[in-house]
Design a protein around this ligand. Structure first.
Ligand SMILES: [Zn+2]
Length: 98
């Protein structure tokens, strides 16, 4: 494996890890405070387009990162839709809501 491939796989792992706090907070607290549904839908569309681009070029690393990214965004959107308008006590206090 070349160093560039190793870096690509490391980047994929970091992206997957980066979603954990957001998805964890959504699931544990059922809280959607601060989520922009427009942004998350745009990230999903961009990820799908980049996956198709990588598939056409047979780029396994980019396909993996975009596949992981799209899956994490779909999970986030599903949970955010399910708990839309819910705000946990911690976020309500942080954002000055009663
Ligand atoms: Zn919250």
């Amino acid at each position: 494996m070349e160093i560039a491939d190793a870096l690509g796989w490391l980047g994929t792992a970091l992206i997957l890890t980066a979603y954990a706090p957001q998805i964890g907070h959504l699931i544990k607290e059922k809280c959607t405070a601060g989520l922009s549904m427009i942004s998350w839908h745009l990230w999903l569309a961009g990820s799908v387009l980049l996956f198709v681009h990588a598939y056409a070029r047979n780029d396994a690393v980019v396909m993996a990162v975009q596949g992981v990214n799209a899956l994490a965004v779909i999970i986030t959107l599903y949970v955010a839709h399910r708990y839309r308008a819910n705000v946990c006590t911690h976020c309500a206090q942080r954002h000055g809501q009663p």
